[in-house]
Design a protein around this ligand. Structure first.
Ligand SMILES: [Zn+2]
Ligand SMILES: [Zn+2]
Length: 129
């Protein structure tokens, strides 16, 4: 199955083949800021499962203990994908950007110490990677 994710304005897109290696939500402050939401929804695919990528991307590089490269649409600002040094050969994609064929239900919730107290989640999800 090929899934397509795109930014708000539609000029940046990525296509991935198959199901994600990891499909999780994260409650860390970095994910909250990236999305402007209560948590980030992240889907990781092996790099070779990324079958297309197009658009005018800006790059934001996070340095320090957990370096990351994050690509966002230069027009509308939507963060679409990233690569984390801690998980080489994987591409992270913003889960909410898969709107035509949505991802399956996440299987994990991480950085749970940052979870908003009002947020209820399915008990069957793993609470670590
Ligand atoms: Zn855009
Ligand atoms: Zn996070």
């Amino acid at each position: 199955m090929t899934r397509k994710a795109h930014c708000c304005c539609g000029s940046c897109r990525i296509e991935v083949e198959g199901e994600p290696l990891l499909n999780a939500i994260c409650h860390c402050s970095n994910c909250k800021r990236r999305t402007g939401s209560a948590f980030g929804w992240s889907a990781y695919f092996a790099d070779e499962r990324v079958t297309a990528k197009a658009g005018d991307f800006g790059l934001y590089e996070i340095t320090g203990a957990n370096p990351q490269q994050r690509w966002f649409c230069a027009t509308c600002g939507t963060t679409l994908l990233w690569k984390a040094a801690a998980w080489p050969a994987r591409t992270g994609v913003a889960g909410g950007c898969f709107t035509d064929i949505p991802l399956p239900e996440p299987s994990a919730t991480v950085s749970n110490n940052g979870r908003c107290v009002w947020l209820g989640l399915p008990a069957k999800w793993r609470t670590s990677l």
